[in-house]
Design a protein around this ligand. Structure first.
Ligand code: FAD
Ligand code: SF4
Ligand code: SF4
Length: 653
């Protein structure tokens, strides 16, 4: 073999603590190495051109690059060697940046370690054989999970790009949190007016199939060919007959059902339609509050429904959809703030969440947009907003910032003044975080134009004063003195958390999540909407706190990734996959059970059960090779021979 070795300086990233020239000089002495050098930036255009030139001039048939993480640049260099006529898998990489230069300062030790890593890469390459990728056809349809503004944007962009969309929404209507908002910062335009038309577009788009009140049951397959089982949760209403007329909701005698859409600020009937602009605008029975479904005689809705849509015998049903790509846009939930005793544990009716306050201000909310106190229906004149309730609080395991509370609190203070001219708002804050376009100006408007009193400090206690008001005790840390305010209403800017069931969904999708349950992007800076599972993309707050403009931008970015993926009719498979040696396989089935991708099936070979790898499904994770007690499965380019060759090379040092 004729191997070329390139030891990258990565500017001073590697060369600062590794003697690259010395590593190259030592590498030149390794078996089969005919050329070794130490360029400044191997990944840059001149660096890649130098590799191509060396392949030609030194007649190389294999290349090792020692530089940064293969996650970053392995595909780059595979393409480089391919351009020069080599098989892309006759290439190996040694990570001497993250694994060496960034973690140690001792130049001598680093140089020694880098040399050893290069020795291993050369040894591995010597055992490599050219591999060929297979082309496989893809299903050019996309699944979008979550119908908030991020999912809606992704769905519309994909569908407008000609890709059929399957949109699965857990609630009875799409719209997510934005559908609950009154007006939106920083323009204070009506949320329904900007979201409503997009929701209607989803309903009317010929390429979008919407499953509302539905959840993902199971997902199998791989990029280009996923099979998705969707659980359609029972609504007790046949939606193919329901016209959304609302007669049932008017007549339903059970009026104490928790109103999820209105954040519980007033009870609702057992059969409901989320809100007037709901998409789909269909009725759903809340089983917990329905008299008929709890053994009492009722069925009033069934009697009054003009289309005979009520079906008390309805059960969950399942559909299977085949798609080639998935966008996850499951958003967020508010954390359970009632853990805070200092705010009353949820016992005081006039201490409410910011999302409930949006419903109070909203013209389509239960009060018709009149801000009133839940306790007595009176207009509040003194409103205290408390920011960072459950955000940036390491004591409860939530050290992260919820991103948009500073901004919406300023918005809510402005709107309070618009609704109640003689009101006074107070905001307790830790810091004001307003980095977006026109955002800082907006928070200043709340103070200067609308007279909102901002107090830097935390609230230590809220309790009823016995005369119909709440006493709010806090600390003004700028003035260094305690503060006491009499409030008619207290609005808590409750911190966000990953949406319910996010971790379970991540496991079904085989994507990663961070310590708080938000889904992990593939690369923080360069792959912000990709995940580590090919073909699965992220949009919106499910990946981390962001406001509506950022969620919409990410929805479009995810759609662009889907459209790019589907620009081709076929995809190339990864040839570095598991291979079964049939005569060693005893058919025990252990590999079948351990493969997380369902990529192994059992086949009859000469009447005997043998494992068989489905090439297009195998992701090359290597679990089966480690599990097989017979050593009957080997991973191409990570065979026992490869590993032993590396170990032997280390032992020879
Ligand atoms: P979401 O709106 O949370 O939507 C996610 C959707 O996914 C939901 O419909 C949910 O039901 C669904 N879902 C969840 N899990 C599943 C599952 N497993 N299967 C299927 N579906 C699922 N931002 C602004 O820019 N301006 C504002 O004025 C503003 N005001 C705000 C006021 C308040 C009180 C709050 C709390 C937030 C405010 N925001 C504002 C932020 C805004 O709510 C978010 O930026 C936006 O909702 C993010 O959209 P999303 O689609 O990522 O998530
Ligand atoms: Fe109208 Fe019947 Fe639908 Fe209720 S279930 S909204 S009564 S069509
Ligand atoms: Fe499944 Fe083995 Fe392929 Fe991993 S390497 S995906 S366990 S067949």
């Amino acid at each position: 073999m004729r191997i070329g070795v390139f030891i990258c300086h990565c500017g001073s990233n590697i060369a600062g603590t590794v003697d690259c020239a010395q590593v190259a000089a030592k590498a030149a002495l390794f078996p089969d190495v005919v050329y070794a050098t130490d360029p400044m930036y191997t990944c840059a255009e001149p660096g890649q051109a130098a590799i191509e030139e060396a392949i030609h001039s030194h007649k190389l048939d294999g290349v090792v690059v020692a530089s940064c993480s293969p996650r970053m640049h392995e595909p780059t260099f595979r393409k480089t060697v391919e351009r020069a006529g080599l098989n892309p898998y006759m290439f190996e990489m040694a990570n001497i940046r993250e694994h060496v230069s960034w973690i140690g300062r001792d130049i001598e030790a680093n140089t020694r370690k880098a040399t050893e890593l290069v020795r291993l890469a050369v040894e591995k390459l010597r055992h490599n054989r050219p591999l060929q990728a297979q082309e496989f056809p893809i299903t050019r349809r996309v699944l979008i999970i979550g119908g908030g503004v991020a999912g809606i944007q992704a769905a519309l962009d994909c569908a407008d790009g000609g890709i059929p969309v399957v949109l699965v929404e857990r609630e009875a209507t799409i719209g997510g949190k934005m559908a609950k908002l009154d007006k939106t910062f920083p323009t204070v335009d009506c949320s329904a007016c900007i979201l409503g038309p997009k929701m209607v577009d989803v309903a009317q788009h010929p390429l979008i199939t919407l499953y509302a009140h539905a959840e993902i049951e199971a997902i199998s397959g791989y990029v280009g060919n996923f099979s998705v089982s969707i659980r359609q949760r029972t609504t007790y209403v046949d939606w193919s007959k329901c016209t959304g007329c609302g007669t049932c909701t008017e007549k339903c005698p059970s009026k104490k059902s928790y109103d999820h859409f209105n954040e519980g600020i007033a009870p609702t009937t057992a059969i409901t339609i989320a809100f007037p602009q709901a998409i789909p605008k269909k009725a759903v029975i809340n089983k917990d509050f329905c008299r008929q479904l709890n053994g009492k005689k009722c069925a009033v809705c069934a009697k009054v429904c003009p289309t005979g849509a009520i079906d008390f015998a309805m059960e969950d049903s399942f559909v299977t959809e085949n798609v080639g790509s998935i966008v996850v846009a499951t958003g967020y939930d508010l954390m359970d703030w009632t853990i805070y005793g200092q705010y009353g544990h949820g016992r005081y009716p006039d201490v409410i969440t910011s999302l409930a306050y949006e419903r109070l201000m909203n013209a389509s909310g239960p009060t018709g947009g009149h801000i009133v106190r839940p306790s007595d229906g009176k207009e509040p004149k003194s409103v205290v907003f408390v920011q960072c309730v459950g955000s940036r609080d390491p004591a409860i395991g939530r050290p992260y910032c919820s991103g948009f509370c500073c901004m919406y609190t300023a918005k809510q203070a402005i709107l309070t003044k618009d609704h109640i001219q003689d009101s006074q708002s107070y905001v307790f804050y830790m810091d004001i975080r307003a980095p977006g376009k026109m955002y800082d100006e907006f928070t200043r408007r709340a103070q200067e134009e609308y007279g909102t009193h901002y107090i830097r400090g935390r609230v230590s206690q809220i309790f009823p004063d016995g005369q119909g008001q709440l006493t709010v005790l806090g600390m003004d840390t700028l003035l260094g003195r305690p503060v006491e305010i009499k409030a008619d209403l207290v609005v808590l800017a409750v911190g966000i958390e990953a949406s319910r069931g996010a971790r379970e969904l991540a496991e079904k999708l085989r994507i990663s999540y961070d310590a708080y349950g938000f889904f992990l992007e593939s690369h923080v800076k360069l792959k912000p909407v990709e995940t580590n599972t090919a073909g699965v993309f992220l949009a919106g707050v499910c990946q981390g706190a962001k406001d509506i403009p950022a969620s919409v931008a990410q929805g479009s970015a995810a759609a662009a990734k889907v459209l790019t993926l589907f620009a081709r009719e076929t995809l190339a498979s990864n040839p570095q996959i598991a291979q079964v040696t049939a005569k060693r396989c005893v058919g025990c089935g252990k590999c079948l059970r351990c493969c997380p991708f369902g990529a192994i099936k059992s086949s009859l070979v000469k009447g005997e059960e043998k494992a068989e790898v489905i090439a297009t499904m195998c992701q090359g994770c290597g679990l089966c090779t480690a599990t097989c007690p017979q050593g009957a499965i080997q991973l191409a380019h990570a065979t026992d021979d490869h590993i032993l060759a590396e170990v032997n090379a280390l032992c020879r040092l």
